[in-house]
Design a binder for this molecule. Sequence first.
Ligand code: FAD
Length: 430
Amino acid sequence: MVHDVIVVGAGFAGLSAMLALRDDGLDVLVLEARERIGGRVEAQTNSLGERYDSGGQFLCEDMPEVMGLARRHARTLVSTPVDGAFTLQPPMPEKDGAALWAASAAIRDRMNAIDPNDPGIRCLSVADWLARQQDDTQAKSAFRSTIEGLWCQAIETMPVWHLIDNDRRITNEVPELQYFLGETMHALAEDLVAGFEGRIHLSTPALEIRHGADGVSVVTSQGLLQARHVIIAVPPVMANRIVFSPRLPPTLTHALGVWSSGAVIKMRLRYPRAFWRDQGRNGMVLWRDVHGLFACDTSRDDNHPALVVFAGGPLALRLRQSSEGRMRAEVIDRLAAALGTEARGPLDFAIRDWTDDPWSGGGYSDIVADFSAHDAEDVLRAGAPPVHFACSELSPSFPGYIEGAIISGRLTAEAVLEMFHQPVGLDPLA
Ligand SMILES: Cc1cc2nc3c(=O)[nH]c(=O)nc-3n(C[C@H](O)[C@H](O)[C@H](O)COP(=O)(O)OP(=O)(O)OC[C@H]3O[C@@H](n4cnc5c(N)ncnc54)[C@H](O)[C@@H]3O)c2cc1C
């Protein structure tokens, strides 16, 4: 049997592509390597029997696609608790903290004002560029912490043009942590596949894509599947692990090889009570003495007090070198110093290490690590029909976010649909 389209990957990009193709009446099959859908959106159950997001979680009003889906499926929007004071650790007077935060944001604004195509920054890493700035050491350190926390890579390895290009597409004006879903973001992924379960083959990694003028054959551990087109909806680092026969054109092969995965560890601590609120704190902690560490309150209601802690970039790589016990001890010590000794008594402490994850490579997203690969995204977006690519990283809006995944999946599906709708004779595969 020859399907119209095989989608490889059941993350939000793949599911969004699947829905757009199905809406147009195409015969679509989705192949997913894991035993579950959702990709970097994942939910786990803690020792108290509660489901929580161990991957992508937050959304905000400035992300219309994911907000639209959440509303359409009547999911519960929980406002991330932010009433109260932020905690800077080690502490500093509130006025100095606000000034430091503003100085770090000013560095980011100054960076983003540079044209990413400016030849003067072509070979600079973010660290190189930062070293040339006149700001004081603490402001630079806070900037570094923000960037390594959000992009989960050492700033020495990030081309500054890529960071600018990426950051300019993250356009929210309201905080990106504005909401999470009471039922988990993963429940929303499950909503998307309701009724299509039979079209999604779990535990079925695509190992090889054989492609030619008459379509594609996808080699899986379960056998060979055929389609007219394939959408590879996986992060670029993962797409680069798939064998293409014959080899893809050299520009495309190169564009697949220039990415590097971020490193992130997401931790969730469920407490008997939201003790941080006693002191007028909102549970959000920014550490100044370590880069890429951040905590916030994710209590879905008063009966479920919880904090999440993210460790990103070099910090995540360092933490994973130690035993899990030492990682827990370090995080608990830091939370106790920031929010008080009750931090030492969580009811549950769950750790999800995404570093080197077998099917995403890491998180939150891949970034371009080759300083000369300015056209990598465009090359991947164009693909080599019948082989097409989609993933959050390739989105014109909110790359690296769930919003970006939905947009990228839909845009790639639209490009494929256009080929199906071309008059016979113009479609190269017709
Ligand atoms: C810890 C963490 C927290 C995050 N927090 C947020 C957040 O709060 N808000 C937000 O908007 N974003 C967040 N993100 C980012 C967001 O989750 C991702 O940008 C988005 O989910 C990516 O979707 P995708 O479909 O592009 O890729 P993925 O979700 O990675 O989906 C790709 C799918 O392809 C599968 N796959 C890979 N290789 C193969 C193969 N060879 N064959 C078959 N299947 C394959 C994978 O198993 C996966 O299911 C977070 C990410 C992480 C890791």
